[in-house]
Design a protein around this ligand. Structure first.
Ligand code: UD1
Ligand code: CA
Length: 452
């Protein structure tokens, strides 16, 4: 493909969002609306991505400081043509420009490639058919069906308003022409704005070919103006993502009840029950089962693992055939090896748990290294924090921790050691021995309960 620049228009306030936040920063599938447009431009391999910002520009720039972008400010929003004029100094003479809208997040690379393919010689715009075209610029064609103008709704005659082919706002053209046309824009129209769409008329005057590519995918060209639009596009996005997962062989209890906010990779025979949310990068191995209402973020879950309902996993690795939950919380830094079991109301943080170990009930295990085939009884707590510093607990292979024990870190429980239930362990427990710390049980003979 020839060299091209992308200009993304994102200066608008988005009044109908009723928000203090710039429109393009509202999130779709866990990422700012604008991020989706930028990702599309990057996928196309644009040699420059120029973003026109206005309302809340500092906030917008800040949100994308990780991206390699050229920012231009449109201090007053005097129209789409005026917005593109701000990008003029950055447009390469020998390139073409693709104009995208910052609030049209589902734009896909294929539509863009079609526009770019023809943009070396001609002005190509993306149109679509709207049953109710109210508010859109209408594509006006000649008797021989050539595009001759775009007329904005407010400037259109009754006849023109009956046209169903509308402008998506996205278009591509050679910069040599664009630079010239932008300088000719006037604002003598119903809205007193500098309309980008007026360049179609200039192209016709200059005998530059104008073509309209008709988009077959309405959602790919739909802009977000309100929270209703955002919610609707979110559902479209999620439905499409669910369809991809189904195509790849995943079993979804209900494709309408899964949310992916990032990238979900599925191997064979994965099963996902209803209400699950996947955030960031999540990978599920062969035959992994995810129970209802799990939230899983930036995690890798190996083959055969079963995650029971209502489990929350963040930045962790779960080994093959592990069984987690229901109601487990697995926090960052946790690595569970194969055949580990983590049961209900267990919280793990930065815990590395080796093969076959079990923490089945009501425990907090943080900053801990746990060996193979360790059994951690109900209610065990690693006391890892003295109010200032964090310390580690080490539990070696085949150790057995009795229920309701507190392991005060730093502390090591030796290989094969047993800790009696209800112990508070403050010193290292030697391998193979029973350690306990308990008040002795006594019985007070003849004691009576108080009576009224
Ligand atoms: C524009 C088109 C119209 C098309 C419609 C599709 C013009 C004159 N009209 O309408 O033909 O059918 O999009 O939605 O181009 N923006 C700026 N600076 C401005 C004005 C707008 O950056 O001064 C940005 C907005 O943030 C938005 C985009 O341009 O992302 C489109 O603006 P919007 O006001 O929604 O579109 P219209 O001008 O109504
Ligand atoms: Ca407008």
């Amino acid at each position: 493909m020839n060299k091209f620049n992308v200009v993304i228009l994102a200066a608008g306030k988005g009044t109908r969002m009723f928000s203090n936040k710039p429109k393009v920063l509202h999130e779709l599938a866990g990422k700012p609306i604008l991020q989706h447009v930028i990702s599309c431009a990057k996928k196309l391999n644009a040699n420059k991505i120029i973003v026109v910002v206005g309302f809340g520009s500092d906030q917008v720039k800040q949100a994308f400081s990780h991206e390699n972008l050229i920012w231009v400010e449109q201090v007053k929003q005097l129209g789409t043509g005026h917005a593109v004029q701000q990008a003029l100094p950055f447009l390469d003479d020998d390139a073409t420009t693709l104009i995208l809208l910052g609030d049209v997040p589902l734009i896909d690379a294929i539509n863009c490639q079609e526009l770019l393919a023809q943009s070396k010689q001609s002005l190509t715009l993306l149109s679509f058919i709207k049953t109710d075209p109210t508010g859109y610029g209408r594509i006006v064609r000649s008797a021989v069906d050539e595009v001759i103008a775009i007329v904005e709704h407010k400037d259109a005659s009754t006849e023109q308003r009956a046209i169903n082919e509308v402008n998506t706002g996205m278009m591509a053209m050679p910069n040599s022409h664009l630079k010239n046309w932008l300088q000719r824009l006037q604002n003598n129209n119903a809205q007193g704005e500098y309309y980008l769409t007026d360049i179609i008329g200039f192209a016709v005057q200059d005998e530059v070919e104008v073509t309209a590519e008709l988009s077959q995918d309405e959602w790919a060209v739909t802009g977000i103006n309100s929270k209703q639009d955002l919610a609707q596009i979110e559902r479209v996005y999620q439905t499409r993502y669910a369809q991809i997962l189904l195509k790849q062989g995943a079993t979804l209890a209900d494709p309408a009840r899964i949310d992916v906010r990032g990238q979900l990779t599925v191997a064979k025979d994965v099963e996902i029950d209803v209400g699950c949310v996947f955030v960031g990068n999540v990978g599920l191995g062969d035959s992994v089962k995810i129970g209802a209402y799990c939230v899983i973020k930036d995690a890798v879950i190996a083959a055969g693992a079963i995650i029971a309902p209502y489990t929350h996993i963040v930045e962790a690795r779960i080994g093959a055939n592990a069984r987690i939950g229901p109601y487990a919380r697995i926090r960052p830094g946790t690595v569970l090896q194969a055949d580990t079991h983590v049961g209900n109301f267990v919280e793990l943080k930065n815990a590395q748990v080796d093969v076959g170990s079990k923490i089945n009930h009501l425990s907090y295990v943080g900053d801990a290294t746990i060996g193979k085939h360790v059994n951690i009884g109900a209610g065990t707590i690693t006391c890892n924090y003295d109010g200032t510093n964090k310390f580690r607990t080490v539990i070696e292979d085949n150790a057995f921790i009795g229920s309701d024990s507190q392991l005060v870190a730093p502390v090591t429980i030796g290989e094969g050691a047993t800790i009696a239930a209800g112990s508070t362990i403050t010193k290292n427990a030697p391998a193979g021995e029973l350690s306990l710390s308990r008040g002795r049980q006594i019985t007070i003979k003849g004691w009576k309960r108080p009576v009224k």
